[in-house]
Ligand binder design. Sequence first.
Ligand SMILES: [Zn+2]
Length: 238
Amino acid sequence: MTSARFLPEVPGLSVLGVQTAEPVAVLTFDDGPEPNSTEVVLAELGAAGATATFFVLVRRARRHRRLLAEIIASGHDVALHGADHRRLTSLDPGNSTKLLHDARAELEQLAGVQVRMFRPPYGSQSPAVWHAVVAAGLVPVLWEVECREWDPMPDTDPLADFDNLRRGSIVLGHDAIASVEDGAESLVVSPIDRRAITTAILARIQAAGLRAISLSRALERGRPRWRVWLDKANAPST
Ligand SMILES: [Zn+2]
């Protein structure tokens, strides 16, 4: 993703998908790495011949370097979800650029690859947060379709949003759920069968006639689909 494709003069402008002629969906997983869960996702992706982009927390990547290495060795992208899972709009904007810059530098050191893509925790982005992200050399990446397997509401279809899936959509999934220790807001989550939900995501993508690939691979043959994403416009609940 080159800076020439980026239009930093428009606050909130973020990548939500990829404009491409290829029949692909861009698969992403947040909040890991987590032992016994990230491996399950990696195994399912491997079995399906799919690639994905993993937005990781540095706090976790530090403790699970073997998983980070496994993600990269399997041909997937490593991207930044934060030093931890604190909502950036709740922090002093004056500190956010340094926080993000340092998190990116540490993740690059841990992973041994360049990191440019960033997903704000909860998809929560104000103009001040967006400016901090860009100033840290990162590109905000949000989504068009999300899997809500963490939603404790009974009788909710976690894949209901997949009716909106189209060519080049960025799909939000999880290989873990951020905890209070990660700085996440308290959330009641029922036990999640990570293998079953990952299989279901891959099946829905395939049923739409699409292949699941990582963001970097999708951008090799496509260009970013930009849209302004700010808290007021999107009011994300997670
Ligand atoms: Zn998250």
